[in-house]
Design a protein around this ligand. Structure first.
Ligand SMILES: Cc1ncc(COP(=O)(O)O)c(C=O)c1O
Length: 396
């Protein structure tokens, strides 16, 4: 019954563990959830007000497929303000979240025979979306030694005549690592030399720590700007994951083609959410600073707490709101009759015996690790860390 295309796609492991944790919570079990990929803050009041005003004003009909002109202008202003990047409305497509932006881009840019380079650990949805477009994901492995970042040599080696693009996610989900400007310059040189494209997923750009100076690869000069597709969204920055507004910025011919796909599939992103996104991008930004300060404190407690557990080692992430500790030293240890033999069995062990939900690294292409989100309260973090420490100490 099912198409061959859909048979290639596995369910998202992130959503699977969150669903299991939620089911346990619904049964009244007190589960500490570190699975969530979204800020625990409420959407800022002025953003909600803009949406309410839009409804009251009857702004509830179809809009231009690729986003209303005022929202495109707000995106233009944002790019100029944050990265000194100038662009025009025809270079922007607003879609139903950052994921939809990647999907439309993949459908537009990739086809059978193309290779798309994806550094691992990667956001779980990149490989399936590349596969759905008929292309082949080519994975470059990284580990803690390079803070999970690819080198220009690695990129160069992975490029073949079939390579169409490389995907960069900085700061990264799941590792929280982020590329310095000089590192981006070195990668840009390879990208230009080999005439491939770069997809720069900048959805966590506003969440960086310890004074890290974030930059977009597109800001490094007109040549690399022409080879870059920027993907971003209001989802994480403004705690608006449910509003579903993301956007892509790049070559106008590609953007126009993406617009055609959107025309014939979803049409415009929600009219009300578009008005809310304008308020988010153009309004006061202190809501972002408040979240960032809180994440910074939690990150400290999380990293120090995990590193205090024998068998777990965790880097200090430069950004996003995830930690990605190495738990492979625990593999081979036992609980009862069972042996921890990878990130999935470790995750199951934590959920079943410690009532802590984390996400197995396997789905991110890194089985030695698990992902924990610190977009949850400090009290929850402390409780969860104590449970993890206790559960690990029970392994033999
Ligand atoms: C790296 C990355 N890119 C894109 C997205 C998509 O975000 P959304 O579709 O909610 O805007 C996510 C969400 O988890 C993400 O982690």
């Amino acid at each position: 019954m099912l198409s061959n295309r859909v048979k290639l796609i596995k369910p998202s492991p992130t959503l699977a563990i969150t669903a299991k944790a939620k089911a346990m919570q619904a049964e009244g079990i007190d589960v500490v959830g570190f699975g969530a990929g979204e800020p625990d803050f409420d959407t800022p009041e002025h953003v909600k007000e803009a949406a309410i005003a839009a409804i009251r004003a009857g702004f509830t009909k179809y809009t231009a497929t690729g986003g209303i002109p005022e929202l495109k202008q707000a995106i233009i202003n944002k790019l100029a303000r944050d990265g000194g990047i100038s662009c025009e409305p025809a270079e922007i497509l607003v879609s139903v979240g950052g994921k939809h932006s990647f999907y439309n881009l993949a459908q537009t840019l990739f086809q059978e025979g193309d290779e798309v380079i994806i550094p691992a650990p990667y956001w779980v949805s990149y490989p399936p979306m590349v596969t759905l477009a008929g292309a082949t994901p080519v994975i470059i492995e990284t580990d803690e030694k390079t803070e999970f970042k690819i080198s220009p040599e690695q990129l160069n080696r992975a490029i073949t005549p079939k390579t169409k693009a490389v995907v960069l996610c900085s700061p990264s989900n799941p590792t929280g690592s982020a590329y310095e400007k000089a590192e981006l310059e070195a990668l840009a040189a390879v990208i230009l030399d080999k005439s491939i494209f770069v997809i720069s997923d900048e959805i966590y750009e506003k969440f960086t720590y310890d004074g890290f100076a974030w930059s977009s690869i597109a800001s490094l000069g007109p040549e690399i700007r022409r080879r870059t597709f920027i993907l971003n969204a209001v989802s994480k920055t403004y705690s608006m994951t449910g509003w579903r507004i993301g956007f892509a910025v790049g070559d106008r011919e590609v953007i126009a083609a993406m617009n055609r796909i959107q025309d014939q599939s979803t049409s415009n992103p929600v009219s009300i959410s578009q008005k809310a996104a304008i308020a988010a991008l153009e309004g006061p930004q202190d809501c972002v600073t408040i979240m960032l300060r809180e994440f910074e404190k939690r990150r400290r407690v999380m990293v120090e707490g995990l590193n205090a557990v024998e068998g777990i080692s965790c880097l200090w992430p430069k950004g996003a709101f995830y930690v990605f500790p190495n738990v492979s030293a625990l593999y081979g240890r036992k609980f009862g009759e069972k042996t921890i033999d990878g990130s999935t069995s470790f995750t199951e062990y934590l959920l079943d015996s410690a009532r802590v939900a984390v996400v197995p690294g396997d789905g991110f292409g890194a089985d030695g690790y698990v992902r924990l989100s610190y977009a949850t309260s400090m009290a929850t973090i402390e409780k969860g860390l104590a449970r993890i420490a206790e559960a690990v100490s029970r392994l033999t």
